[in-house]
Design a protein around this ligand. Structure first.
Ligand code: HEM
Length: 156
């Protein structure tokens, strides 16, 4: 299926990526996980996104899903649904091209009535060589913008 021309700047995301991650936050104990990302071309001007993570023992951890749009060549919009009661609207810029580019996104969050409160997030996806490196920070539960997650993923 042809990729919609809007998605040319992020064509090198399409596929399934897997690798190790590490998490931290001032209010919790550090932890490790395995992450899998898929970006799927459905022939429309967006990619379908699914993320799943597992503990070192193989138990399911966080997962999230969404849609990634590129409305103009250096602009990226990423709508993400969280199972923890947040919906995340991430917007930002694409710098670089081909298989060597970075998405820098900052998000507005809607929290459900019972969710742990997340004020704002920053996401960085670095596509380089044969990897995607993901970094995630958040202002949440009363803490200022602080690093929560890092992972490095390779195509499966
Ligand atoms: C790779 C994906 C992720 C993993 C593996 C992960 C893992 C964890 C773990 C193990 C904890 C501590 C235990 C707990 O409260 O459940 C935690 C806490 C938390 N995470 Fe994440 N998380 C991920 C993504 C996210 C995302 C995308 C958000 C926000 C949209 C988020 C927001 C939070 C919050 C608000 C807490 C609570 C901190 C507290 O209670 O002090 N996490 N996460």
């Amino acid at each position: 299926m042809d990729l919609h021309p809007n998605l040319t700047p992020v064509a090198e995301l399409v596929g399934t990526w897997r690798g190790p991650g590490r998490g931290e936050y001032p209010t919790i104990e550090p932890f490790e996980y395995t992450e899998e990302l898929t970006f799927t071309n459905v022939g429309k001007p967006f990619l379908v996104y699914l993320q799943r993570t597992w503990s070192p023992a193989g138990a399911p951890m966080h997962m999230e899903s969404g849609f990634l749009r590129v409305p103009s060549p250096d602009v990226v919009e990423f709508t993400i649904a969280q199972p923890t009661g947040q919906s995340e609207l991430a917007e930002g810029r694409i710098t670089g091209s081909g298989a060597d580019f970075t998405l820098n996104l900052r998000s507005q969050i809607l929290n459900s009535g019972t969710a742990k409160h997340v004020e704002e997030t920053e996401r960085n996806y670095r596509r380089s060589g044969d990897t995607i490196t993901v970094d995630f920070s958040m202002a949440a539960v009363g803490e200022p913008m602080t690093h929560h997650l890092s992972s490095t993923l390779r195509r499966t």
